[in-house]
Every structure is written in structure tokens, then in C-alpha cells.
Ligand binder design. Structure first.
Ligand code: FAD
Length: 327
């Protein structure tokens, strides 16, 4: 396919992913004198209007403050101590890219990367064609693909079946009983929100789920400047062990018929396009076993805190230095 992608060959680096990790690497390269679009390019699988933070549930507020959530070179506008909503983070990243004149190429998933021969060139295969480049940065996200339990595929409900990856607001879920599966922040936040309008049952192995729900309620009050946040009735149940039709069986052998289900059961990283053989190199946080292939923001390849905004900038500087050191 002839496309602008072919014109990208011979760039010094291609960054895969235009989230905060990819943009932070781009900004670090710029701080070392490289020019966006000319010396390096950023590609992203998403369409421009459907980027990661735009796809997260609308009531989501960052756990980090605006000050902690900013990348070097651009502050959030407004109160630095507030906890921004997900869409504010999306706007912030759009402004960040604009400020640094970074123009990601959207709707262009990376499919594979390989190193042919002994030279320094890497071949990046994308949905729009192949690119030759000396460096590829995998910044395709730690929380990219929804993970579901095995029994999820046996559950057939009359209402909605969603993952927290797709959940945006309560109206997506028809009235009635909804089972929320999971015990982390996403489960607590989504169950609390749905509890205001639905009959919510949360199934989890988290024995401290009641405490987590109370803590979330207290946090909501604080975020609402002291206004009491309404809270819905939520029933907690043990983990589901299997499902048939619209009925689940819990580990205590009790059963429940549900109308809808939301899986808040975690994510897999966006690394399916990397070769299976890629491993971190010498325990370093950004290098891999393929020279010229670097990873930013995916914890399985080194730093366990890699996706956190505070860590991203430090790792991005390291990636940029490694790219500049290479022939
Ligand atoms: C619900 C939730 C709330 C969070 N809240 C916070 C918080 O409050 N504070 C904090 O510090 N961290 C938080 N995090 C963690 C982290 O900051 C976010 O996950 C953040 O989005 C990670 O940024 P990223 O750039 O590494 O990945 P992403 O934002 O996921 O960006 C990756 C990009 O890569 C693209 N991509 C994926 N695969 C391909 C491919 N094959 N080819 C091309 N492009 C591809 C995607 O389209 C995406 O645009 C949160 C995470 C989640 C899931």
C-alpha cells in the first residue's frame, strides 16, 4: 500500500503509541534537538477522537493531582492540587502534543517488528505498510486489552455485557440487577456509580471490599468539596466459579440470576505486536533483547511502576538518551 507510512522510512525512530508514555518520549527526543515528523514519528492504533483517556468512564477522576499528572514542559491549567477527570487528562495530552508540535499518525496499528540481518535497521510492520527505522519505541500501554475470567464466555445475560475498558456511564446498562466482577479501584468506582440507579452485586475475592467502598465514598465527598455524595446499596458476594446462561454460581455454591454484567477484571498490555522472544535487556527498564527496540510504560519489561505518570518522564529521558547513543 502506498501511503504516508512509506515516507516515514529512514526516520531515526518510530514511537508506537501516542499516550502519555509515547508523547513523553517524543518530548524528550525534542529536548535533545530532534524534530518531530522529520527525525522521528509517532503512530497510534486509535482514531484521534477515541484515545485512551477519552474512552475511560466519564466520572473517573485521577488518583494523582493535576501537578503529579503533568509531564515535564507543560503544567495543567487551573488548581494544581485538584484531581482531574479522565477527559481533562485527554485534553491535557492533546495540548501537550500541540505545544511540542507532535502530530501523531492515527488509525495506524503496529502489527509486528523484526530485525532482519545483522545491521542496525528494524522493520516495523503496520496496518498501512512497512517502515524501516533504526529505533522503535513500544509505548502501546500497560492497560490496553480487556482481561476476562474463563467463565465469562459461558454467561449470556439479557442486558449489557461490558468490561471496564468499555464502560462509560450508567445509561449503558439497562435497569435491573447488574453483577460487577472485580475488587480493585475500577470495580469499586463503577459499582458505586451504578449503585445509585441499579441493583448492584459485586463479586470479588477482595476481603476488604466493604472498606474500599467506604473509602471511595469518603473520597467522593472530599472531591465534591464536602457535599455528601449519594451512595447506592451494593451487595457483596464471593468470587464466581462458573456461569450458565444468565446464572452465576459463587464459590459458596449459592447462585444468582443477573440482568447485566460489568467485568472490572483487569487488562493485558498492548504488547501483542512485539515478538514473543523480546525480553528486557540486563534488567534495564527500557532496553530489550532486540537492539534498537525500547519499551516505555509497560511494566512487564522492567520497571513495575512504568505506567504511572510520575515514572513516565524519567523513563522517557532514558529512552531518548539510548536512541541518541545508537549509531
Ligand atoms: C482506569 C485507570 C485509571 C488510571 N489512573 C491513573 C492515575 O490517576 N494516575 C496515574 O499516574 N496513572 C493512572 N493510570 C495508569 C496510567 O497512567 C494510564 O494507564 C495511562 O493511560 C498510561 O499511559 P500510556 O501512554 O503508557 O498508555 P496508554 O494511555 O494506554 O496509551 C497507549 C497508546 O498506544 C496505542 N496502541 C496500543 N497498541 C498499539 C499498536 N499495536 N499500534 C499502535 N498504537 C497502539 C493506544 O491506542 C494508545 O493510544 C490509570 C490507569 C487506568 C487503567
Amino acid at each position: 500500500m502506498t501511503s504516508h507510512i512509506e515516507g516515514l522510512s529512514r526516520r531515526r525512530a518510530i514511537i508506537v503509541g501516542a499516550g502519555q508514555s509515547g508523547l513523553a518520549v517524543a518530548a524528550s527526543l525534542i529536548s535533545h534537538g530532534l524534530q518531530p515528523q522529520i527525525d522521528f514519528a509517532v503512530i497510534d492504533a486509535s482514531r484521534e477522537e477515541e484515545r485512551t483517556w477519552d474512552r475511560r468512564w466519564h466520572s473517573l477522576r485521577l488518583h494523582t493531582t493535576a501537578r503529579e499528572s503533568a509531564l515535564p514542559g507543560l503544567s495543567f491549567s487551573g488548581d494544581p492540587n485538584r484531581h482531574p477527570f479522565a477527559d481533562e487528562m485527554g485534553h491535557y495530552l492533546t495540548n501537550f502534543a500541540r505545544t511540542f508540535a507532535i502530530k501523531p499518525i492515527w488509525d495506524t496499528p503496529a502489527i509486528h517488528v523484526r530485525k532482519p540481518g545483522e545491521g542496525t535497521t528494524l522493520e516495523l510492520i503496520t496496518s498501512r505498510g512497512e517502515v524501516q527505522t533504526r529505533n522503535v519505541v513500544a509505548a502501546s500501554g500497560a492497560y490496553a486489552r480487556p482481561r476476562r475470567p474463563d467463565w465469562a464466555y459461558d454467561l449470556v445475560v439479557p442486558g449489557a455485557t461490558l468490561h471496564s475498558h468499555d464502560y462509560l456511564y450508567p445509561r449503558q446498562v439497562p435497569p435491573g440487577r447488574v453483577l460487577v466482577v472485580g475488587g480493585g479501584d475500577a470495580a469499586v468506582e463503577i459499582a458505586s456509580e451504578l449503585g445509585l440507579s441499579h441493583d448492584v452485586v459485586i463479586s470479588t475475592r477482595n476481603r476488604r471490599i466493604d472498606r474500599a467502598l467506604r473509602a471511595h465514598h469518603t473520597r467522593s465527598i472530599a472531591l465534591n468539596n464536602g457535599d455528601p455524595a449519594a451512595t447506592g446499596a451494593i451487595t457483596t458476594r464471593p468470587p464466581v466459579i462458573n456461569a450458565t446462561g444468565d446464572t452465576v454460581t459463587f464459590s459458596d455454591r449459592t447462585q444468582l440470576t443477573v440482568g447485566s454484567v460489568v467485568f472490572a477484571t483487569g487488562y493485558l498490555p498492548g504488547d501483542a505486536w512485539l515478538p514473543d522472544t523480546v525480553v528486557p535487556h540486563h534488567g534495564r527498564a527500557v532496553d530489550t533483547s532486540i537492539p534498537g527496540l525500547f519499551v516505555a510504560g509497560i511494566p512487564g519489561y522492567g520497571d513495575p511502576h512504568a505506567p504511572r505518570i510520575g515514572t513516565v518522564a524519567r523513563l522517557a529521558q532514558r529512552v531518548a538518551r539510548r536512541i541518541l547513543e545508537r549509531p
